[in-house]
Design a protein around this ligand. Structure first.
Ligand SMILES: *[C@@H]1O[C@H](CO)[C@@H](O)[C@H](O)[C@H]1NC(C)=O
Ligand SMILES: *[C@@H]1O[C@H](CO)[C@@H](O)[C@H](O)[C@H]1NC(C)=O
Ligand SMILES: *[C@@H]1O[C@H](CO)[C@@H](O)[C@H](O)[C@H]1NC(C)=O
Length: 496
C-alpha cells in the first residue's frame, strides 16, 4: 500500500494502532515546513472494500497533484477508515474535533470531504491564503431546506431557507481557531444530541450556535456534480451514481417486506403495483396469513412500533431455509418503503456478498459524547449479505418484542465488529424532506413513507435525473407508464 504519510518530508509513520507517530526531531520540521495556509485533509472514508477502493482513488488523484507543489508545503491527509478506525462516529464530525486538536499539529485549516470528492489543492490553497485562520471560518457548498423537515427536527419552521449547511461531498473547511473554539465548547457544554441523523445539518447547527457562532459561508467553486464539468471548480463531485459494471442478477437478491394486517389492503397493493414487481424473490411477512397477497405468517405478535421480534424472525427464517440462505443479498424493507430495485442491483455490484456487508442509510445513537453505535435506519431499506444475517441470527437478541429493530441490529453489529456501511442513495424520509441541491447530485435508490406523500410519484421520481426530482417526477420519461399504473390503481393518500 502506498501511503502519502510515508512520503512526508517530516516522516510520519503509521503504527498498527492507527495512530500517527512522528519522530521527535522531525516535529520542528513540520513547524518550519507548514506555512500559514497549511491544510490538513480529512477524508470521511469507510472500511468496506468498495469504499476503501474509492478512497485509494482519492489518494491517487491527490498525490498526483503533489508533483507540482513545493515539498515543504505537502499537506497531511488522514482517512477516517485508517486513522480513526477505533473512534466511533467520526462521520458525525463531533468526535473528530478532539482528535484534530490533540493528534495533529502544524495546520491552519482543515478540509473535510468524502472519498469520492476531488479537490484542486492549489486552488484551495489560494482561496485560503486570502483568509485569516486566526478568525472563525466555516466554508462550503451551501445546502438549504425548502420545507421544514423531520430529518432536521423541523428546525427553522418559519423559514427553512434561512439556514445553510454544508454538502459534505463538496468538502468543507474549518479554520483552526474555529476548531479550537468548537473543541472548547464540546468540553464545556452539555450537548443534547442523542441521535445522529443528518450530520451535515447537526454539525452546522452546532457551529452556528443559535446565532452566536459561525454561519456557513458558501463558496461557489465548491461544485455540485452538474457544475463539476465547468472550469473553475475548487472541489468536484464525479458522478451521481457509481458505475460498478453489471448489476447483480435478479435471483441474487431476496426482498423481505415487513407488513401487518392493518396495511394488507392499503400499502401492499402499492408495493405490488410499483417496485414489488421489479424482482423475482419477494416475500411479505405478516402476523397473519393472507392468501390474496400471499403473506408468510410469522409466529410473533404484531407490535405497534419497533418490530424487533418480527425482523429477527425474518432473519432466522432466511438462515434456516436452504433456498433463502443461498441467495447472496437480502433487502429488508417496510411496506411503505419506496425503492428502485433495479438501481439497488446496480449498486450491489459494487459490494462483495461473501463479505459481511450491512448497507443502507446510516444513523447513529449516542455517538456525540463518545461511544454509541451506528445503525441502518430501517425505513430506507436495510441490505445484508448472508454472512451478516448468519451472525445476527446466531448472536442477536431483542430486548423486548417491540424494541426498534434497526437500532437493535446496530447494537449487535457493533458487538460483532461488523461495520455499518453508509450509502447516500438510501433515504429514510420523503423526497421533500431533503435539500434539492443534495438530491440533484445523485440517483436515489430509496425513499420512505406513504403518509402525506404520493408513493407513486415518489416511485416515479426514482426514475432518473435530477430534473425529474425537482419537478416531482412529472417530467420523467416513464410518466406514461406510471399514468397507467395510476389509472389501474387509483391513489388517495388521505387513506394511508
Ligand atoms: C488575523 O486575525 C487575528 C485575530 O483577529 C488578528 O490579530 C491578526 O492581526 C489577523 N492577521 C492578519 C494578517 O490580518
Ligand atoms: C426451494 O425452492 C424449490 C425450487 O424453487 C421449491 O420447490 C421448494 O419448495 C423451496 N423450498 C422452500 C423450503 O422454500
Ligand atoms: C430505476 O432505476 C433505473 C436505473 O437508474 C432506471 O432506468 C429506471 O427507470 C428506474 N425505475 C423507476 C421506476 O424509477
Amino acid at each position: 500500500m502506498t501511503n502519502l504519510l510515508l512520503n512526508f518530508p517530516c516522516g510520519c509513520w503509521i503504527i498498527l494502532t492507527g495512530f500517527i507517530t512522528c519522530f521527535a526531531p522531525l516535529l520542528k520540521c513540520i513547524e518550519v515546513g507548514r506555512g500559514e495556509s497549511s491544510i490538513l485533509f480529512v477524508i470521511l472514508s469507510q472500511s468496506n472494500d468498495f469504499h476503501v477502493k474509492e478512497a485509494e482513488k482519492f489518494r491517487h488523484h491527490f498525490n498526483s497533484q503533489l508533483d507540482n507543489l513545493d515539498k515543504s508545503s505537502w499537506p497531511q491527509v488522514l482517512f477516517t477508515h485508517e486513522h480513526f478506525l477505533d473512534i466511533p462516529g467520526t462521520w458525525t464530525i463531533f468526535p473528530l474535533i478532539d482528535q484534530l486538536v490533540h493528534l495533529h499539529t502544524g495546520w491552519s485549516w482543515v478540509f473535510i470531504c468524502e472519498e469520492d470528492t476531488r479537490v484542486d489543492i492549489n486552488a484551495l490553497t489560494r482561496l485560503l491564503q486570502s483568509k485569516n485562520a486566526s478568525e472563525h471560518h466555516f466554508l462550503g457548498r451551501e445546502l438549504r431546506d425548502h420545507e421544514t423537515t423531520i430529518i432536521h427536527h423541523f428546525a427553522f419552521s418559519d423559514n427553512p431557507l434561512q439556514f445553510a449547511y454544508p454538502d459534505f461531498r463538496a468538502g468543507f473547511v474549518l479554520s483552526i481557531s474555529l476548531v479550537k473554539h468548537l473543541h472548547n465548547r464540546l468540553n464545556n457544554e452539555k450537548l443534547k444530541i442523542e441521535f445522529s441523523i443528518d450530520p451535515k445539518h447537526e454539525f452546522a447547527l452546532f457551529v452556528w450556535d443559535e446565532g452566536r457562532g459561525t454561519p456557513l459561508v458558501g463558496v461557489k467553486e465548491f461544485c455540485s456534480v452538474d457544475q463539476s464539468y465547468s472550469s473553475g471548480c475548487i472541489t468536484r463531485q464525479l458522478f451521481k451514481f457509481p458505475d460498478c459494471n453489471e448489476a447483480i442478477k435478479e435471483e441474487d437478491l431476496f426482498v423481505a417486506v415487513k407488513t401487518c394486517e392493518k396495511f394488507h389492503n392499503t400499502r401492499i397493493p402499492i408495493v405490488k403495483a410499483t417496485w414489488g414487481k421489479e424482482t423475482k424473490y419477494i416475500e411479505y411477512f405478516s402476523e397473519i396469513e393472507d392468501r390474496s397477497i400471499p403473506t408468510t405468517k410469522l409466529d410473533v405478535p404484531n407490535t405497534e412500533r419497533g418490530h424487533c421480534s418480527k425482523t429477527m424472525a425474518i432473519i432466522k427464517r432466511i438462515i434456516e431455509s436452504q433456498n433463502l440462505s443461498s441467495i447472496p443479498w437480502v433487502l429488508i424493507a417496510d411496506d411503505d418503503t419506496i425503492i428502485n430495485l433495479s438501481r439497488l442491483r446496480s449498486l450491489l455490484a459494487c459490494y462483495k456478498a461473501q463479505q459481511p456487508v450491512a448497507l443502507g442509510e446510516r444513523y447513529g445513537y449516542g455517538l456525540i459524547r463518545g461511544g454509541g453505535y451506528d445503525y441502518i435506519t430501517g425505513g430506507g431499506g436495510m441490505v445484508f449479505s448472508q454472512p451478516v444475517l448468519k451472525f445476527l441470527s446466531l448472536s442477536c437478541r431483542c430486548y423486548t418484542e417491540d424494541s426498534p429493530d434497526d437500532m437493535t441490529l446496530g447494537i449487535c453489529l457493533k458487538a460483532g465488529h461488523v461495520p455499518v456501511t453508509h450509502s447516500r442513495f438510501f433515504h429514510q424520509a420523503r423526497p421533500d424532506d431533503y435539500s434539492r441541491e443534495f438530491l440533484s447530485n445523485q440517483l436515489p435508490v430509496s425513499f420512505h413513507k406513504h403518509w402525506n406523500n404520493d408513493p407513486y410519484k415518489v416511485y416515479t421520481s426514482l426514475t432518473s435525473s435530477s430534473s425529474a426530482m425537482k419537478e416531482n417526477g412529472v417530467k420523467s420519461k416513464h410518466t406514461n407508464h406510471f399514468d397507467m399504473l395510476l389509472a389501474v390503481q387509483p391513489f388517495s393518500f388521505g387513506k394511508l
